[in-house]
Design a binder for this molecule. Structure first.
Ligand code: IFM
Length: 442
């Protein structure tokens, strides 16, 4: 299957996405420690104890990376601004950090790329992590301060701002499942993080809108929840997973309520008077970001505590992450968001991509499987637009192979291969295929 930009409405934005800790390198330029540094330094948390100290050295090589984006005829770049780099102690501003992002944004504009900024893609300053991070309500106010400081510097030039990347990962994966920093497996911490991450979003939107900043949104991730069997118990299990993963955040924001099926488990552990925060959480959005990768088959597990869930292995082809390839799920979420939650609000696919065991051979990387993945998901997006979803752009995850959190550098998501010894960049065949699809014949 092949597609081109002309299969999409005029003005549709094609881009690639990255995140600060995964590519920049850290621990220099006045950058403070973040909870991923300590999480990675604790045995057993990250494969080979790899961390983001060098990553892709994007901090120094950003002009080459922006050149790669524009040479592929992309229109936008989704990047994030590290809290720990901008506010090393979580409170005071690091001018070097602001200067770096200032140069980066100017570099995008000089190449005709629209800057799509994310404020929190997981670099919680250690000083705030020490005080409880997202389990501590005060972190929400600190986040609003950070949002204001960085926006005072960049806000006149960015095209859009997302407050939080993937609240489900920030809260559930990190505080209930223990897989991401801070690595907790604690229902009370999880309930607090599930609520505080949305409160932080709402407080930041309120602050930035008060400054007159336009185009504010949030990036949510979605996982197609499918019952492992047709039985009533498995259907209920999938409904619980759907509630925790897919409904909690969007319903908190658009309906100012949380799904009952999730409150059944989390209710007793929520912060006092959480209901009083729902109006702040429900700030109007200017756009919604949808990250989509895969589906899960859910089975009821009576032997496990709430939410009584067990994953069942699916039969579809899988990526290097072991995630099933299921483009239909992207179509489903785009149309579901429009139908059930946001109506005509602009939606962006802010992340979609796959990890593959790519190999550099004779100076090239042949990743046909990624080309197929990408075009299948672009086709799903295009079909959602035809069926009424107001999708305005698509950002591939990721521009570069990079630090894939708890699984280190082994999983390669990039359109561009990175040799982690020399740090040389080599565009893969998927990069060239996308570049051909985006060529303007004008
Ligand atoms: O690498 C991550 C990214 O940081 C957030 N979304 C999912 C990607 C792939 O796991």
């Amino acid at each position: 299957m092949s597609m081109s930009r002309f299969d999409f409405p005029p003005g549709f934005i094609f881009g690639a996405a990255t995140a600060a800790y995964q590519i920049e390198g850290s621990g220099f330029g006045g950058c403070g420690p973040c909870h991923w540094d300590t999480f990675a330094a604790t045995p057993g948390n990250v494969i080979r104890a790899e961390d983001g100290s060098v990553a892709c050295d994007h901090y120094h090589r950003w002009p080459e990376d922006l050149d790669l984006i524009s040479a592929a005829h992309m229109d936008g770049y989704r990047f994030s601004t590290s809290w720990a780099r901008v506010m090393p102690d979580g409170v005071s501003v690091n001018p070097e950090g602001l200067d770096f992002y200032d140069r980066l944004v100017d570099g995008m504009l000089a190449r005709g790329l629209k800057p799509f900024q994310t404020l929190y893609h997981w670099e919680m300053p250690s000083a705030l992590a020490d005080k409880g991070g997202w389990t501590n309500r005060d972190t929400c106010a600190r986040f609003a301060d950070f949002s204001e400081a960085i926006t005072r510097r960049l806000g006149d030039r960015v095209a859009a701002i997302a407050t939080i990347n993937e609240p489900w990962c920030v809260a559930w994966l990190s505080h209930f499942m223990g897989i991401h920093a801070p690595g907790l497996r604690d229902i009370r911490a999880a309930a607090r993080a599930m609520h505080h991450i949305l409160l932080a979003h709402g407080m930041a939107v309120e602050r930035l809108r008060g400054m007159g900043q336009p185009n504010l949104g949030i990036v949510l991730n979605f996982d197609h929840a499918q019952p492992a069997t047709d039985g009533a118990e498995d259907r209920l299990a999938a409904d619980r997973w759907d509630g925790i993963f897919n409904r909690w955040f969007i319903e908190g924001i658009t309906r100012q309520t949380y799904p009952e099926i999730v409150l059944e488990g989390l209710g007793p552990h929520m912060p006092d008077r959480w209901q009083d925060d729902m109006a702040v959480i429900g700030q109007k959005l200017d756009w919604l970001g949808v990250n989509y990768y895969t589906r899960h088959l859910n089975a009821h597990d009576p032997s496990a505590a709430w939410p009584h869930l067990r994953d069942v292995d699916g039969e579809l082809p899988k990526t290097q992450m072991g995630w099933e390839i299921y483009p239909e799920g992207l179509y489903g979420f785009l149309t579901r968001m429009a139908r059930d939650y946001v109506g005509d609000l602009p939606i962006y696919v802010t992340e979609n991509g796959m990890a593959n065991a790519d190999e550099l051979q004779d100076g090239a990387v042949a990743d046909k499987v990624r080309e197929d993945f990408l075009f299948a998901h672009l086709a799903a997006t295009q079909r959602a637009i035809t069926d009424g979803a107001n999708v305005k752009g698509f950002f591939y995850w990721s521009l570069l192979d990079n630090y894939e959190w708890a699984v280190g550098y082994e999983k390669r998501f990039g359109l561009v291969h990175v040799d982690y010894k020399s740090l040389a960049r080599t565009p893969k065949s998927s990069y060239h295929a996308l570049a051909r699809a985006l060529t303007r014949n004008d």
